[in-house]
Write a protein that binds this ligand. Structure first.
Ligand code: PAF
Length: 295
């Protein structure tokens, strides 16, 4: 069956209702995106396909989550290419609403998740996670998926959405999925297309630095020492302009001394970086689990 392209909420609800009416055991897997799909998105789609009877992909560049100085207008878009990737992945429905369809009048409701948004991108991009939480709550209400798939490159986003779903009793299982990288280690991102050749080459330092984290933790470095090491390593690249290097417990996003993980007080820590290369801001991270840290 070819993929159905749907642009209105009404039509989407009817199509999903038809699937559910047809088979009471239908499970709906959902992958929310802003389009310009890459292999990371395709891996989410494949996982949804393998775990659900129906897979829905949404493509919507959500204005609410962009700050005034950010790249909303130039965010890369390619409907045709996205549609063919969706088709190849076996997606059943692609939902591509317009801004007018999603926000027909000015939004008087805002969903704001506290604490987990205090640091990292929540601090660097004020309002960003309110925009994400608000649009995802709307999309969950429109689609009512059984499972929703999110990439861990945006680990803080996964924590925000998981907290929101928990707090608001939204009946959906959030499925975090591993980061997908190019063969040379660069984490896949729609924004990689902005990188000049030299910037892209130097951006490899992000993954290279993060790969050292486990051994630094095993060597007993404190949070501060680990952050300094990472900043020093990333800072060797002249085009790298560090926004943040942070270490937090995951998924609570609270501050932590990595030594504590060795004492078994936390199961996971997130070591996350945001770095600008030229005009392009990249994020990357590594999740270190208690067992990996050498205990
Ligand atoms: O990660 C993204 O692409 C976006 O933040 C999301 C989850 C689709 C919400 O607009």
């Amino acid at each position: 069956m070819t993929v159905q392209i749907i642009r209105t909420i009404k039509e989407l609800r009817l199509a999903i209702a038809a699937y559910r009416a047809d088979n009471a055991k239908t499970t709906v897997g959902y992958v929310p995106t802003m389009g310009y799909l890459h292999e990371g998105h395709a891996s989410l789609l494949r996982q949804s396909k393998s775990e659900n009877s129906v897979t829905i992909l949404s493509i919507f560049v959500n204005p609410l989550q962009f700050g005034p100085q950010e790249d909303l207008d130039k965010y890369p878009r390619d409907e045709q290419r996205d549609t063919s990737i969706a088709e190849q992945a076996g997606v059943d429905i692609v939902f591509m609403p317009s801004v007018q369809e999603m926000y027909p009048s000015s939004m008087l409701t805002n969903i704001s998740v506290a604490e987990v948004t205090a640091g990292l991108c929540g601090f660097s991009r004020p309002g960003h996670f309110d925009g994400v939480a608000t649009v995802i709550a709307k999309l969950f209400n429109i689609i009512r998926p059984d499972r929703a798939y999110f990439g861990l490159k945006d680990a803080q986003q996964v924590a925000v959405v998981t907290q929101m779903v928990h707090d608001l009793n939204i009946p959906v299982e959030i499925v975090p999925c591993p980061i997908v990288r190019e063969v040379d280690g660069l984490a896949l991102s729609s924004r990689n297309v902005y990188l000049q050749e030299q910037e892209r080459q130097q951006a490899l330092i992000l993954n290279q630095s993060l790969m050292q984290v486990s051994s630094y933790i095993q060597a007993g470095l404190t949070t501060e020492q680990l952050i300094d090491k990472l900043k020093e390593s990333i800072g060797q690249k002249p085009l790298a302009n560090i926004d943040y290097v942070e270490i937090v417990a995951y998924p609570s996003m609270t501050m932590i001394d990595p030594k504590q993980i060795l004492k078994g007080q936390n199961s996971s820590i997130l070591v996350a970086v945001a770095v600008k290369f030229g005009k392009t801001r990249l994020i990357d991270n590594v999740l270190v689990n208690f067992s990996e840290a050498g205990e």
